[in-house]
Write a new protein. Sequence first.
Length: 250
Amino acid sequence: MSTSTLHGKSALVTGGARRIGRAIALALAQAGADLAITYLNSRAEAEQTVREIETLGCRAIAIQCDVRSEISVRQAVAAASTEFGKLNILVNNAAVFDSAPLEQISLAQWNTAFETNTRGPFLVAREAIPHLRAASGRIVNIGSLGGIHAWATHAHYCSSKAALHMLTQAMAKAFAPQVSVNCVAPGWIQFDRNEPGEDPGDDARRFAAGTPMKRNGTADEVAQAVLFFATGPSFVTGQILSVDGGLGLV
């Protein structure tokens, strides 16, 4: 991928401080884009990601934002568009992932999943669409294989991601012809470092064994799929691209 593919363009990546969001932000910067990333609680990680982007020769800012809040989203989009004078790409990555038996899911857990995973992308896209239309821009939502195939112990998460997939297609119709809207749906993604208290061992091995490619995915592979939608033909819109090593075929 040419390092100048996105030269002169700017992108907003929600939840861009760490994990998949960080990989996406760095991939866009490596392609030449200036970056605004949002974070909720991960300020130190966000500042580190900004420094890494700047070493690639791109401008970058970190903005604290709660994507569940209309006011917070409005302020974040305004800050990003003011900093760069335009907005070409929006990546709705911020999300929560939670596990619980269906009959034990609390109302708070259910609401948090939908407020973050579905309402958040709606609010950010709604606020950003005037800027994206002016730039003939792109939106890439980060869905999940769980939004395509049901996981019994993640009903609230799966339902919220399935709703995001449908929202992607609705956005693709509503925002055409100026803006293309697509979705990347990762399967099991392996990280070099895991969250506190997270044990990837047995689950990671089980998913890898059940995946046709016989391994788990990486954040960089998800980022490359996002980069395709950000730089590829604008005629491609309303698509849900699984990055799962074939796990969804099993």
